[in-house]
Design a protein around this ligand. Structure first.
Ligand code: ZN
Length: 246
């Protein structure tokens, strides 16, 4: 599907709201528990979300001023900020998340039409127009709202966001085809005309993975295969595992 800047900003607003509700439900003990991402507590993840908001705001500053303002000063700095944040009190993390989300929204509100088209460089080294950065933030707040492990699932996320996410992850996964695997066709059973194909190393056969849109996008995002079935030449087959993403 075609996604617009307005779509992405709507998804950021929604995801910020969902994260804020999830974070507000946490007491200090729940903050210290593991989230759904390996090796991270919820504190690590909230610190990452807050730092990401600040980092994406740097790109808005870059677009507005033309002065190169990277998301993070270095990958090491990004990691050490998350590690430091994981030691904060839950209340401090909640305040940081809110401050960072608010600051980002204000920075975006202040961008002119030409600033939205200005080139900026992401932490992955991609040069994109500033108008792409709300999509980057939308992915973070909506997918990590699930990763917080407070009961939000992919089925709770907007279906037009899920379609855009599936398109985006498929594009990225196509850039690095799976070794030793047939192609995988992912077919949501509840979204007309939506189908994603991951190329494999064996062009002579493919595996079809089917299930609800939410389950298909969770799978594409490397977050398990619950609710899906796979078939090959009409026979049930194990679901190929996909590496984590984001
Ligand atoms: Zn992230």
């Amino acid at each position: 599907m075609e996604r617009t800047l307005a779509d992405a900003r709507r998804w950021v607003a929604h995801g910020t709201h969902v994260c804020r509700d999830a974070i507000a439900s946490l007491d200090e003990a729940a903050f210290a528990q593991a989230c759904l991402l390996p090796g991270w507590t919820r504190k690590h993840l909230v610190a990452h979300l807050a730092a990401n908001g600040d980092a994406v705001r740097n790109l808005a500053t870059w677009a507005a001023t033309g002065v190169p303002t990277p998301m993070y000063s270095s990958p090491a700095q990004r990691s050490s900020d998350i590690e430091a944040g994981s030691q904060y009190a839950g209340s401090a993390l909640t305040a940081w998340f809110d401050r960072s989300a608010q600051g980002l929204q204000e920075a975006w509100d202040g961008l002119s039409a030409s600033a939205w088209q200005a080139p900026v460089v992401t932490a992955q080294g991609r040069t994109v127009p500033a108008s792409e950065t709300p999509w980057m933030r939308a992915r973070e707040v909506l997918v990590h709202a699930v990763d917080l492990g407070t009961g939000v699932t992919f089925a709770d996320l907007p279906s037009d966001f899920l379609e855009a996410l599936g398109d985006d992850v498929t594009t990225k996964r196509c850039a690095a085809p799976m070794a030793d695997s047939p192609a995988v066709e992912i077919c949501p059973t509840d979204a007309t005309g939506v189908r994603w194909t991951l190329p494999g190393s064996d062009p002579s056969t493919s595996i079809t993975v089917a299930g609800p849109l939410a389950a298909c996008t969770a799978y594409l995002a490397g977050r398990g295969d619950a609710g899906l079935t796979a078939s090959r030449d009409g026979e049930r087959t194990p679901i190929p595992s996909l590496a984590a993403w984001l």
